[in-house]
Design a protein around this ligand. Structure first.
Ligand code: ZN
Length: 342
């Protein structure tokens, strides 16, 4: 299987993280790259760098205002007297108004949903190349040569909305790839298996029926991202019925998970999907520090095999999954399960 990664994705090295009122090291560490890269190679992946498809296909998903913000906010922030090294908002609008703030502090609050997406000097460059990696993966599939490809997109993307970062995410790599596939005449579904609901992806396609969005995740009643990911969120307008959320109780294990995955794949078929984008979070692992669900290494192999059984071309786009003893193995098992099931 071909795999895509760009060395510039190392340049995002977030420091700040706060959970439950406590400041701790940010779990989205660059070292994840090393682990995931080796794990993909262990599954037989051959890495190549992405092409540069330019800003256009990113702007097809994200607003121009937001892209300008991401690209320029760090040097502006550093000009504030006494500013810290990372852009972290200390004020958020309760509701967006018609007015767009001019100040760096105001814009940070406007475009950053939470404090888990600090922006430092290399963030834009890393996020840009993470998105380009996803675009090259989409093109490999759309060109017809590949049954599957793996994108080591990091920083991840599925919590990023059209104009808002959040939860370690800046550019929505899975959404950008799916939009690219749709623009090339295909009918994609994004199946998000990250332990956290793919709220940004849902938001981007919520009123559209060109991309089916599905997410299996720990119940947001008591889990990030709290405000999205509930079963009753089905889309709106033309998108009504094109969004399927399948929240699971905390601690759900392999068998119940695989049954839910079957439901999701039935919907994928009935949508007329001809290409599957898997938003591949590995943090549903029983060993993940977030402790949302309890998927074993064998469970990940079964998830990979279930994807293969669809017979569809599959683009795996890396989302979450944090440092633990089995992070790498879980990726290897997913991709190997896919290969053996294909
Ligand atoms: Zn996650």
């Amino acid at each position: 299987m071909k795999a895509i990664f760009d060395e510039r994705q190392w340049r995002h090295d977030p420091q700040h993280f706060m959970a439950n009122g406590t400041i701790s090291p940010n779990p989205e560490q660059p070292r994840r790259i090393e682990v995931l890269h080796a794990a993909a190679q262990a599954a037989g992946c051959r890495f190549q760098p992405p092409q540069d498809a330019g800003r256009g296909p990113i702007a097809a998903v994200h607003t121009a205002e937001y892209l300008t913000f991401l690209e320029t906010i760090h040097p502006r922030w550093r000009r504030i007297d006494g500013a810290g090294p990372e852009v972290i908002p200390n004020i958020h609008p309760g509701n967006r108004s018609d007015s767009y703030p001019r100040s760096a502090v105001g814009q940070a609050g406007y475009h950053q949903a939470d404090t888990a997406c600090p922006i430092a000097e290399g963030t834009w460059e890393a996020a840009y190349w993470s998105a380009q990696s996803a675009l090259t993966g989409a093109d490999l599939i759309a060109d017809g040569g590949e049954r599957a490809a793996y994108v080591l997109s990091r920083p991840p993307g599925h919590h990023a909305f059209a104009d808002m970062a959040g939860g370690f995410c800046f550019l929505n790599n899975s959404a950008i790839a799916a939009q690219r596939l749709a623009d090339r005449g295909l009918r994609p579904a994004i199946l998000d298996v990250d332990v956290h609901h793919g709220n940004g992806t849902q938001g981007i396609f919520y009123d559209s029926d060109t991309v089916l969005t599905l997410s299996i995740h720990a119940d947001p009643e008591r889990f990030y991202p709290f405000f999205w990911g509930h079963a009753q969120e089905r889309g709106t307008g033309r998108g009504l019925g094109s969004n399927l959320n399948l929240p699971l109780p905390r601690g759900t294990g392999d068998d119940a998970y695989l049954q839910t995955l079957d439901l999701a794949l039935q919907r994928v078929r009935s949508f007329g999907t001809d290409v599957l984008v898997v938003a591949l979070g590995l943090d549903a692992s029983i060993d993940d520090p977030f402790q949302g669900l309890a998927i074993t290494q064998g469970g990940f192999a079964r998830i990979g095999a279930a994807m293969a059984a669809t017979g569809l071309p599959v683009l795996f786009v890396q989302e979450g999954g944090y440092l633990s003893e089995t992070l790498g193995t879980n990726l290897t098992r997913t991709l190997t399960g896919f290969k053996e099931g294909a």
